[in-house]
Design a protein around this ligand. Structure first.
Ligand code: NAP
Length: 248
């Protein structure tokens, strides 16, 4: 029996990186997949067919996670297309790094809108669906930077710390309705987002990782499979770090 057999999962920002990795691992575990993309249209459109090769139903939606209206339309369309939603993975996110003294208001606002407001948008809309089902698992992809901070990433760190506070609040609000809410905090994961960093910065990070390698999208996806499955049915309000021990 596959861990997510016949569950319906919605994953935001799955055109590449960690979101794509989660979509593939979920499909391998038997879940039907609804996913979003925004600017990577070709990659987004190609993913549905790739996922269907695992024998599940998959559909992509072009939707901006930071738009409240689009998030509401998305949840409503996925509910109609799939009949239910068991797992929501709030993965869409960006970085716009700068030292605070040089950070523009736009850099601050963009990161807050796309990383933090987005989870308000999707979660508020999906709770109606999950409350009716009296079950659901919400997984928010935060970051170890939201726990420890990082110079040059005050906007990103604040947005990711905000996600952890939101996660705990949702666990308290929704637990009695059978809805769980947890966060996954990746460390240094090899994706386009971290591909922007210089070799020197990457080497510096590597020295701080006890497992002596960078993480992969699959490392994060495996933690999400656990939190989406019945294996974690008594776990809510927690933040699971996937960082090779970096935060230890
Ligand atoms: P990535 O490769 O840059 O992918 C980001 C994804 O988010 C893309 O699919 C992108 O879609 C989507 N996205 C961005 N803005 C969006 C919006 N407004 N609406 C909908 N989708 C949007 O980044 P990643 O490394 O996979 O990161 C995924 C998540 O993990 C982020 O929340 C990030 O903060 C978190 N994280 C990453 C690391 C790491 O080391 N990589 C570590 C800790 C946490 P389009 O390209 O189609 O626009």
């Amino acid at each position: 029996m596959k861990l997510l057999q016949d569950k319906v999962a919605l994953i935001t920002g799955a055109s590449k990186g960690i979101g794509r990795g989660i979509a593939i691992q979920f499909a391998k575990q038997g879940a039907n997949i609804a996913f979003t993309y925004l600017s990577s249209i070709e990659q987004g459109e190609a993913l549905a067919a790739e996922l269907e090769a695992f024998g599940i139903k998959a559909k992509g939606y072009r939707s901006d996670a930071s738009s409240t209206l689009q998030a509401e339309e998305l949840i409503s369309n996925v509910s109609v297309d799939f009949g239910r939603i068991d797992i929501l993975v709030n993965n869409a996110g960006i970085t716009k790094d700068n030292l605070l003294m040089r950070m523009t208001e736009e850099q601050w606002d963009d990161v807050m809108r796309i990383n933090l407001k987005s989870i308000f948008n999707t979660t508020r809309a999906i709770t109606k669906v999950m409350m009716k089902q009296r079950s659901g698992s919400i997984i928010n992809i935060t970051s170890i930077v939201g726990i420890k901070g990082n110079a040059g990433q005050s906007n990103y760190a604040a947005s990711k710390a905000g996600m952890i506070g939101f996660t705990k609040s949702m666990a308290l609000e929704l637990g009695s309705r059978g809805i769980r809410c947890n966060a996954v905090a990746p460390g240094f994961i090899e994706t386009e987002m971290t591909g922007k960093l210089s070799e020197e910065v990457v080497k510096g990070w590597l020295t701080t990782i006890p497992l002596k390698r960078v993480g992969t999208a699959d490392d994060v996806a495996n933690a999400c499979v656990f939190l989406g499955s019945e294996m974690s049915s008594y776990i809510t309000g927690q933040t699971l770090t996937v960082c090779g021990g970096m935060l230890t």
